[in-house]
Design a protein around this ligand. Sequence first.
Ligand code: AMP
Ligand code: MG
Length: 481
Amino acid sequence: MKLQDLQLQTPYLTLDGEGEFYDLCEPTPLEEPCLVSFNPDAARLIGLDAEAHRDPLLVELLNGTYLPKGAKPHAMCYAGHQFGHYVPRLGDGRAINLGSVNGWHLQLKGSGETLYSRMADGRAVLRSSIREYLMSEAMHHLGIPTTRALGIIGSNTKVLRDRIEHAAIVLRLSRSWVRFGTFEYFYYTKQYRELEMLAEYVIAESFEDLKGDEDRYFKMFSRIVDSTARLTAQWQAIGFNHGVLNTDNMSVAGVTIDYGPFAMMDDFNYYYVCNHTDRVGRYAYGEQPNISYWNLTMLAKALTPLIPKERTQEKLDDYGAFIYQDAYMDQMRRKLGLEKKEEGDDELIAELVGALHEATVDYTLFFRTLSRYDGEKEPLFDIVMDPLVMDKWLKIYDRRLEKEARTHAQRQEAMLRSNPKYVLKNYMLQEAITLAEKGDFSMVERLLYIAAHPYEELPEYEAYAGDTPEISKNIGLSCSS
Ligand code: AMP
Ligand code: MG
């Protein structure tokens, strides 16, 4: 399909009450927009052909100057707990939704002020836009539920952050843009009828099979708990630190949303905090499972007009008792090439986390190297600072492997498909940004390619598969974007 044939629906606008659920608004175009990158993979989701990148309408679509048929630009209203404190009204301050096609909702991020911009400018800088564009694609190809990104434009529009920067727009796609904070908005403003309408909308959008079910609100909550547990377990297993897990950045569809000061772990550090404005480490890597739980309790509270508290609490207790842990164990067993569930696996994995923390080793490189382990320990000793710690854990792992039926070769093959060779580390993204700020977008393209092939051997990109250069390890990132 060509861009001019794109036809959008706007189901969110059937929720009546402009100013409560959403506000109709117009994108404010950027000056001298230029295409930075186009992602044919995401284009396919909405039925566009790869040739769309040659179409001048593409830049216009991203800049908001071409509205597809049926598009009705609107910003969504939501609230949320930011760093533990309730903020009664947030909303899409710099994102404008156009409508949806094939169940994918198109959103322009950075397209100017909306009713919810508060004191800010409604813009996104090129730096943070490139980060979100590439990382969301990388997460998708790692099998982690996420929003997607169709393309990105840069511009000559200048915006002030810590310094003057150029503004950009990313066209994001999501199956849903409803956040925990969307429910919170209607709960704290005591608009319970609207709260119920939102629940019905979410069921239609994300849990269609529950439509008409007598117990649908509880089942919806239950599904959100399960998918959030699974998603969080995937973040932990891949070594992803989101950085700003406020309730407004939690999706009811259980996907990763709103990429800000995130990081893929360099050397493993359980207490790692990628967001350097997070001084107390509320959103540290190791805290994410607890924070997801806390965020779910906030969602449960917002749903009290619809579901008795005891029922949501019971489900939350299950998250704490086994739902999260089971999801995490499944992920980690896969990474370790273990097919069977054995007693003692919890300890094996807890010991590994402790050993990785102590031994000083690149998280991704460790698992990729372990994927080729056949009893020969040298390759692993070569990549850690403290081989003794590693040796101790490998002895436990050796004993555990004896209980498996797979051969070394079979296990290795499975592990090479579960442990990526390439993840997008912050230093790589930074290289692409530095070049892009000079007008060279070639590295963005290269990283988009790497992002799409995380498990493959790519000899030309070998340099990005190793340890992070010492000077670039664990760079702190600010929320400014
Ligand atoms: P975030 O943590 O980036 O997801 O953003 C938190 C809230 O601040 C959301 O409501 C955003 O829409 C809003 N926001 C962030 N940056 C801007 C900006 N430059 N202009 C307007 N609103 C913004
Ligand atoms: Mg956000």
